[in-house]
Design a protein around this ligand. Structure first.
Ligand code: PBG
Length: 328
């Protein structure tokens, strides 16, 4: 049977009916809010290439945590703007139990225990060369020695109270090593969300400004982050991370990589997250400022696209804004 008996526009004809037939729902519980931490007290530093996003000193991070809780956002993700004087070749500040990340994590868990704190494991906010790991004389980021530091970094974060450890470094084998170390230290319920399929991308520029690594970075990250030509390889990365003990996996960047989200979801049936990264955010902001589209509508449409593709949740700098829009 077909037209006129079947008219697909019938269920679209009114707002109540569109709501009734929506196949995908978006709520604040789908959002993780990335936040940038800086030194000081009462400090807010706007990030020029990420308009509307600031770095906050620890007190401001706690205020953002309360804001997230009140908006129904379940989790925040932290990234440090390490003072240049503390950046070294080996990124050893990552292991300091009193570093910015640990202070922010502990303060959040003390003030707002109701929300989760996700911490990024990688050395780039701490290294003088801006790479995620140790660099040898030939400029190559070495895997196994880096992994040893990442284990220590993860334990440092867990001791400060991190709920989700998120390795974003793309070293081979690090998920299994970190899982074993967490178990050994009694952190049985600390989760691992691996940046399993993370691509070497031109969309990370504003983030590197935010953590202060853009000017430092020599070369690119193509020897460890994935080639954007590949999708089968993403499935191998995800399979390995799951076998090594990842609770959840992430695809990054977000919108240009929804095909990867969908393949991962269909193959593994595990919780998949996507990161709407800094360059994606900046593109939407630029489009809104140029009058090319309505910011609020663009934001909600992209969030829904992530959910529709199979994401359990999205890391986005728009988390608070989107939660406010959803609250009406
Ligand atoms: C660190 C890290 C990066 C991002 C998240 N964790 C940058 C990079 O890999 O160079 C990017 C996030 C964004 O662009 O919003 N390894």
């Amino acid at each position: 049977m077909s037209y006129p008996a079947i008219r697909l526009r019938r269920t679209r004809a009114s707002a109540w009916s569109r709501r009734l037939h929506a196949e995908t729902v978006l709520t604040p519980a789908d959002l993780i809010w990335p936040l940038f931490v800086c030194e000081g007290d009462g400090v807010e530093e706007p990030i020029a290439s990420l308009p509307g996003v600031s770095r906050w000193s620890v007190d401001g991070i706690v205020a953002r945590g309360r804001e997230a809780r009140d908006l129904g956002i379940p989790c925040v993700a932290l990234f440090p703007n390490t003072p240049p004087a503390l950046k070294t070749e080996d990124g050893r500040e990552a292991l300091n139990p009193d570093n910015l990340m640990c202070r922010a994590t502990a303060a959040l868990k003390a003030a707002v225990p109701e929300i989760g704190v996700l911490t990024d494991v990688a050395l780039d906010p701490y290294t003088s060369h801006g790479h995620d790991g140790l660099v040898d004389a030939a400029g190559y980021v070495v895997n196994d020695a880096t992994a040893d530091l990442l284990i220590a970094q993860a334990l440092n974060q867990a001791a400060a109270g991190a709920d989700i450890i998120a390795p974003s470094d793309m070293m081979d084998g690090r998920v299994g090593l970190i899982r074993a170390a967490l178990e050994g230290a009694g952190h049985h319920n600390v989760q691992i969300m691996s940046y399993a399929a993370k691509y070497a991308s031109a969309f990370y520029g504003p983030f590197r400004d935010a953590v202060g690594s853009r000017g430092l970075l020599k070369g690119d990250k193509k020897t460890y982050q994935m080639d954007h030509a590949n999708t089968d390889e993403a499935l191998r990365e995800v399979a390995l991370d799951l076998a090594e003990g990842a609770d959840t996996v992430m695809v990054k960047p977000g919108l240009p990589y929804l095909d990867i989200v969908r393949r991962v979801k269909e193959r593994f049936d595990v919780p998949v997250f996507a990161y709407q990264v800094s360059g994606e955010y900046a593109m939407i902001e630029a489009a809104a400022v140029a009058g090319a589209g309505d910011r609020d509508a663009l934001v909600l449409e992209t969030m829904m696209a992530f959910k529709r593709a199979g994401c359990s949740g999205v890391l986005t700098y728009y988390a608070a804004h989107a939660a406010r829009l959803l609250a009406g």
